[in-house]
Design a protein around this ligand. Structure first.
Ligand code: NDP
Length: 246
């Protein structure tokens, strides 16, 4: 029987991260569920993972804190013996036009969305190197590819993730470790629930496929990139946006 793989997914208490965690659990992975503060939602994700017959680990960890990331990695390795798949999904928005954007809001988004992924990769890559295998998947955004008015902080962080992805891919390829980015377009989650129906309708009109995406659209791609079959794909940015940017 194939040995169970272990996935660590940040921001797995809700939205896209939760869908990824459940999809990887369905694929037969044990999953470490990283969350910021929403304990009940994280516990619910863990219960759903365990109902699929695999194990879960619920870890509260602010990814913008390097020490907490190191501890989350160590806790996962101790519980499951290693990490095979790292998904850097945790992210926040603090939108505003850049002329009036507070420095604190710029830094907070960079610290969470970009630095968080760097810390997680840095602290887990030694064990990937030792195992001579691994899959790292960073959840970027179409905002990081195209830019987006009102999201200078978010677009900068998400574009930074793409540079981080390509560099990680180059540095670790020799050890059979792949690193790719997924750049979602507009996906229905708590993050986009704040948009008015009018704004959502206007967005959908711009999307060739005529609708906002579903969390499963992202989870399916992550499942593939995490699979054995994707072993010759590295340093790529997969846009999943209904054709918004092509
Ligand atoms: P949600 O707001 O629904 O969920 C965010 C998740 O990130 C939660 O699990 C939250 O934990 C966690 N999180 C937030 N801050 C931290 C932190 N400092 N440390 C650890 N975990 C944290 O977001 P989405 O599911 O919509 O987005 C997921 C990712 O996809 C993000 O990186 C986002 O930028 C990206 N994305 C989303 C798009 C969309 O349209 N929704 C489009 C493009 C990219 P808790 O529940 O504890 O707060």
């Amino acid at each position: 029987m194939e040995q169970r793989r272990t996935a660590l997914v940040t921001g797995a208490s809700r939205g896209i991260g939760k869908a990824i965690a459940l999809r990887l659990a369905k694929d037969g992975c044990n999953v470490a569920v990283i969350y910021a503060g929403n304990e009940q939602a994280a516990k619910d994700t863990c219960a759903e993972i365990e109902a699929l017959g695999v194990s879960s680990l619920c870890i509260r960890c602010d990814v913008s804190d390097s020490m907490q990331c190191a501890q989350a990695v160590a806790q996962t390795v101790e519980a499951f013996g290693g990490i095979d798949i790292l998904v850097n999904n945790a992210g926040i928005t603090r939108d505003g036009l850049l002329m009036s954007m507070k420095e604190g809001d710029f830094q907070k988004v960079i610290n969470t969305n970009l630095n968080g992924a760097f810390y997680m990769i840095k602290h887990s890559c030694r064990q990937f190197i030792k195992r001579r295998s691994g899959r790292i998947i960073n959840i970027s955004s179409i905002s990081g590819v195209m830019g987006n008015a009102g999201q200078a902080n978010y677009a900068a962080a998400k574009a930074g993730l793409i540079g981080l992805t390509k560099t990680t891919a180059k540095e670790l390829a020799g050890r059979n470790i792949t690193c790719n980015a997924v750049a979602p377009g507009f996906i229905q989650t708590d993050m986009t629930a704040v948009l008015s129906d009018k704004v959502k309708a206007a967005i959908s009109e711009q999307i060739p496929l005529g609708r906002m995406g579903d969390v499963q659209d992202i989870a399916a791609a992550v499942s593939f990139l995490a699979s054995q079959e994707a072993g010759y794909i590295t340093g790529q940015v997969l846009r999943i946006d209904g054709g918004l940017n092509m």
